[in-house]
Design a protein. Structure first.
Length: 153
């Protein structure tokens, strides 16, 4: 019985690990219930409704195909809002290198779709931000809500 439980646990662990997005330092990965294009469209619509500026939407897989490279569906949306970004830059000006915000929408080798974005805690650490907890929390919470809305029904 013990061996059966151990085997079951290992099978569950391996299957969950196989379907998870790879861990990349400083990035949060949220699984989407939609395909890449639908997820990107949903995020773009949500950002527009929230009054966010969309600076660019890049279809990396389409660009790669133009030079003969097959890439799984991969899109990047670059977006921002001075009301969120400017207070972050006031806290630590170097954080501007990571702004505006970016959301990477991509399909993995298991055909799962993910939205990945920079973890605000990582940016805090990377740029040695002192204080500004209220601003950081506000931006982190807003990003989390935007991404969850775009990735789920």
């Amino acid at each position: 019985m013990k061996n059966f439980i151990l085997l079951l646990f290992l099978m569950l662990f391996i299957s969950s690990a196989a379907s998870a997005a790879p861990a990349v330092e400083g990035m949060i990965n949220v699984k989407s219930q939609f395909d890449v294009k639908t997820t990107a469209d949903r995020l773009e619509n949500i950002l527009n409704k929230k009054g966010m500026a969309i600076f660019n939407r890049i279809n990396h897989s389409k660009s790669a195909a133009q030079i003969g490279i097959k890439l799984r569906n991969t899109e990047l949306i670059i977006f921002g809002n001075p009301k969120a970004g400017s207070p972050l830059m006031k806290c630590q000006q170097s954080i501007a290198i990571d702004l505006p915000q970016k959301a990477l929408i991509w399909k993995d080798r298991n055909n799962d779709v993910w939205i990945s974005y920079n973890d605000i805690s990582y940016l805090k650490s990377r740029h040695h931000v002192q204080g500004c907890i209220k601003v950081l929390n506000k931006v982190g919470n807003a990003l989390s809500k935007l991404i969850k809305s775009a990735s789920s029904k």
